[in-house]
Each structure stands twice: as structure tokens, then as C-alpha cells.
Design a protein around this ligand. Structure first.
Ligand SMILES: Nc1ncnc2c1ncn2[C@@H]1O[C@H](COP(=O)(O)OP(=O)(O)OP(=O)(O)O)[C@@H](O)[C@H]1O
Length: 211
């Protein structure tokens, strides 16, 4: 399902943002404005704070300084973001479709139907399989399907292509592109190349000295 301009005009703005973990400062003085329809790629060597920045933007880790806000969002619209972390949060004793149904129940079934979302990520034929039997890449695809069953304008993606094959990399590109087409924002930490059809829709924030 491609939804054009499903979201209002949004800007994720950060000013002088500093983040860190356990008292360890990792990145500071970050200022950026990511507009709806744009993907910000977080680049940099291991341990330079990409995950920490995503956790900060998700409201899970407190910033060490500065400020950020998602401007233009409807405060009545409920939760505004998806955080798709390293871990896939797959429950092994539930089937693939039950896992996705669980998340649609928790987050709200405001997006694609369960079966459509599973088809989209290539898991349609595995819907009734216990999710514990999924391969690493299949588990990642199930985690990505969560983005589809609940519509939220801000996607925070940590290594979204991890464990995915070539086709899976293309799937991630397509999902991000469709999200941007709908006016959404994606922030993705990745060591892999992600090339959208329109390069003007991509910006990069480099963390760490060798980024
Ligand atoms: N609770 C903690 N206390 C101290 N240091 C921590 C804590 N949690 C994480 N760290 C450190 O903070 C840094 C966090 O790195 P983070 O996971 O944000 O990096 P990253 O850029 O996402 O790395 P990668 O590319 O490996 O995914 C690491 O050096 C890690 O060891």
C-alpha cells in the first residue's frame, strides 16, 4: 500500500543535541532539520553513538544536552514513532502472524492488514509457522513488518538491513522510499549502502572521526 502524503508536514529538528550512555559522552553539538519525505542516514564506526542517538530520539535515553522536537505533528494523533532496534522482539512460541497481530494490537492496527504486511516482507507463506523457527533474515523481515501494520510518521531504524539478503536490502530501500512518499521521516543507522531512487531525499550525519 502506497499512501501519498499520509502525514502532515513534519520536521524533526535538533539543536546542539548531545547524547551518551552511562555517563559516557558520545556525540555532541548535533544540529539538523529532517523534513518529511527525507531520510537521514547515521554513519560512523562502531561505538560512535549511532544507536545511542536513535535511542535518544526515541525518548529511551535522556539527552546530555541540547534539544530536539518533531515539529508539525498532531499531538492528538498518538505515538509518533517506530523504533526498530537491533533486536527483533520476536516471540518464538507465537506464530509469525500472531507476532505481528500482537504488535498491531499494542501499537494500533492503523496500517496494512497482517496478511498484506507479511506478503510485503516475503513471509506470507510462513504466516502460521512458530516464529522461533525463522532464520535471522526472516526474523528481521518480521520486525520490519511491524512498521507497516501501524502507521507512524517517524521511523528510527537501527541497522535495518542486518541479516538480510540482496532482495531484503532492496525491500528496505522500497519500504523507506514509500514511507518518504507518504511524507514520513526515516532516521537509519547503517553500515550498508542505502540508495533511494531520489538521492535528494537522503542526508547523512557522520558520527565519529573516521565517519
Ligand atoms: N551503559 C553504558 N555505560 C557505558 N558505556 C556504554 C553503555 N552502553 C553503551 N555504552 C558504550 O557506548 C557506546 C555506544 O555505542 P552505540 O551502540 O551508540 O554505537 P554505534 O555507533 O551504534 O555502534 P555500532 O556501529 O557498533 O552499532 C559503545 O562504546 C558502548 O560500549
Amino acid at each position: 500500500m502506497t499512501q501519498r502524503q499520509a502525514y502532515p508536514s513534519l520536521v524533526l529538528r535538533a539543536q546542539g543535541l548531545a547524547c551518551g550512555r552511562g555517563g559516557l559522552p558520545l556525540a555532541d553539538d548535533m544540529s539538523f532539520a529532517v523534513h518529511g519525505g527525507t531520510c537521514l542516514l547515521l554513519r560512523g564506526p562502531n561505538g560512535t553513538g549511532k544507536t545511542t542517538l536513535l535511542l535518544t530520539l526515541a525518548g529511551i535515553v535522556a539527552p546530555l544536552g541540547g534539544f530536539f522536537a518533531l515539529e508539525g505533528a498532531d499531538p492528538e494523533a498518538g505515538p509518533l514513532l517506530h523504533y526498530c532496534g537491533h533486536r527483533n522482539a520476536v516471540k518464538p512460541r507465537l506464530s509469525v502472524e500472531e507476532n505481528l497481530g500482537f504488535w498491531a494490537g499494542v501499537n494500533g492496527a492503523t496500517g496494512e492488514r497482517i496478511d498484506d504486511a507479511l506478503d510485503r516482507v516475503g513471509l506470507g507463506e510462513l504466516a502460521t509457522l512458530d516464529a522461533g523457527y525463522l532464520s535471522a533474515g526472516q526474523s528481521r523481515r518480521l520486525a520490519l513488518a511491524r512498521l507497516l501494520v501501524t502507521r507512524r510518521p517517524l521511523w528510527l531504524l537501527d541497522e535495518p538491513t542486518a541479516a538480510l539478503d540482496t532482495e531484503g536490502h532492496q525491500l528496505v530501500t522500497e519500504l523507506i522510499d514509500e514511507h518518504l512518499n507518504a511524507g514520513g521521516i526515516a532516521i537509519a543507522a547503517t553500515h550498508d549502502p542505502i540508495t533511494l531512487p531520489d538521492p535528494a531525499r537522503m542526508e547523512t550525519l557522520a558520527l565519529g572521526k573516521a565517519a
